[in-house]
Design a protein around this ligand. Sequence first.
Ligand SMILES: [Zn+2]
Length: 476
Amino acid sequence: MSAQITHFECGTPSEMDMERLMANLEAASTLEARSGTQYLPVTMTLIANDDGSGLITEESALNGFCRLNENFEDLGIQFYLYDGFRYVYDSDFYLINGPGSQNPVSLKVPNTINIFVSEVFTQGAQGSCSGILGFYSPANDYVAIDKCTMDGASFALTHELGHFFSLPHTFFGWENQNYNPSQPTPEFVDGVRVEYADESNCSISADRICDTPPDYNFGLGAGGCNYTGGAVDPAGNAVDPDEMNYMGYFFNCPSHNFSPNQGDVIYADIADRTFVSGSPTTVAVNGAANLTYPIGGEITPNTDVILTWDAADGATSYLIELNRIASFSPSFVVQRTVVNTNSLALENLLPNTNYHWRVRPFNDTYTCTDYGEGTAFKTGELVNVVQIEGVESLNIYPNPSNGAENIFMEVNTSEPLEAEIKLYNTQGKLVQVLNHQFNSGANSVNIKTESLPQGAYIIGIQTENGTAHQRIFITR
Ligand SMILES: [Zn+2]
């Protein structure tokens, strides 16, 4: 977890759609009792610059999505990634709301909840993770969130989803006004009726929601989770805000919640929307993926390596990290890739180099996982046959082989050589090992193929003078 965000501001415009809220409040009063879990499709679009810079790490995206689902669990609402993560590499969209930026509304996937993740423009505070870090656009019905809030600790995304479901701030009206204790509390602020402490005007004031007490934006800049400022309402009665409400600005509370009436508004809003029908995964991911190849520092036959692992219980997707060092320091990441299979082909690695890799399983709903333990491998030397001192020629035949007959390897050497001959499949798995003593002159080695499935194989010849590889094919 990174440090708490100390100065989050929400950029949701104050012209929230109050008509929609009022309709949802009305519908909420007649909603039937709910049971079970409702799964809602999310399109999470990760936006990068043209050159790929600025992209949120998948790690953070998974952590942020995990937190969102944890926060909505009590309401019986879970979000699922409708089509995995969606990537947009376009600098015109990167700085959301920035000068000259394109409106991401054109990127929306209809009938899903659209969340755009990159950087949200803040005057004078770019890259600092303070100021305006997210907003809901009532006009275009999408949520934008700054990647720096997606740390698994901030509730900024949950707050913006609250707006998506038509909830105003608990301090609605006070977005751009400071409460002034030395002045009488006004009846209206920015044209919005100020809420009384005794609930007498709760349905026509502030956020219109009666079980959220008055809040005159006391949270902004507050250090703790207990307001003791002594503010009074327009009638002179003391106000006591709900510091732990997601729609307020108290960031230092141990936990947050939606009020029961806010929950009802959310249900009513969902009932009034049309979502695509999908097939979300409804089970949690249990345990780690068992890494199978290459592991334990073994040397791979060449620089094209296929990582393989066994499925983790409940997982449908995997985030794979390839790193140069065992601590998996972010500074030494070679690549991070998401796949929906149990293998990942790596190409053009450096020869004679150590690599470390680890896998984080997840599915479209459950992303509250971590990387499993990492393992390591070393790529082989890239050496041509003729570069192995003492080997003058190498001939493998028949190649391709029909598999019915054995393959022969003819090697001419100028000196006796102790050799280990290894046969790998394209998964990189060792399928056969032969130890062979080459005599000076012509040698023939018989490689049995009858039990091998058809496909491509790599023959590796390892001698004290170097290693060489050659590709063979078996076709049946
Ligand atoms: Zn807000």
